[in-house]
Design a protein around this ligand. Sequence first.
Ligand code: IPE
Ligand code: IPE
Ligand code: MG
Length: 246
Amino acid sequence: MRAEAAASLETGSPPVPTHVAIIMDGNGRWATKNGVSRSKGHRKGADAVKEAIHGAIDNGVSYLTLYAFSSENWNRPPDEVRDLMGLLRMYLKREIRTLSKEGVKLQVIGRRDTLSEDIQDLIKHAETETRHNTRLTLLVALSYGAREEIAEACKAIASRVAEGSLNVADISERTVEEALYTASIPHPDLIIRTSGEKRLSNFLMWQAAYAEFSFLPVLWPDFTRQSFSDAVIDFQTRDRRYGARP
Ligand code: IPE
Ligand code: IPE
Ligand code: MG
């Protein structure tokens, strides 16, 4: 039995998801609906990140992963990519102190080498500044793709075999786990996607094997801490069986 289920049986309280991951989607549609630019939609989307963080803290969640920019998002028009990178830069400059005060530890997953150098430096600084915080671990998926993550893990494992430090027969699920960006992070219990789309879009494919899903109609800029709590309440009605039979 999983730790969270065992704890809730003992206390009689419903299980709290240890790790919630969110596909923050719908900024563009929010902009169209409100007659403003896509750029403004992304700005409002960046504001909603605070709601997600407070939702996670309010609900006692330990890990929150936010899908902020996918490997495929590089294929958007250059001015939109520039806007998104600008927002990221601003967020990393302005919000880190507040996050740190709130006990948030920030960690970035994804191909950070594809980001501009100044952003890589801001990320390093933010990770260092917040590394001792323990209230909430916030993983931000940036230039992230699950296929790329798995391919990178294969490469790392193959090099260990080639140099003779690992036998092929000893490769297990654990070996793969430990080669992922999320090594040592528990798998997501709940994955929320806003905007009504019902797909993973290359997000945490290995880690999502037994996640519960919540597809919310709300567009990301309208997401609130209450939306987060509602998704948690829905999660608490799920019967997680992991393929076994009671
Ligand atoms: C999510 O909003 C933000 C990113 C993917 C970076 P979108 O920009 O995808 O919004 P829609 O899907 O076009 O409404
Ligand atoms: C997924 O949203 C990526 C992020 C939220 C960062 P997209 O809007 O890029 O996904 P698709 O294109 O609808 O699958
Ligand atoms: Mg989208």
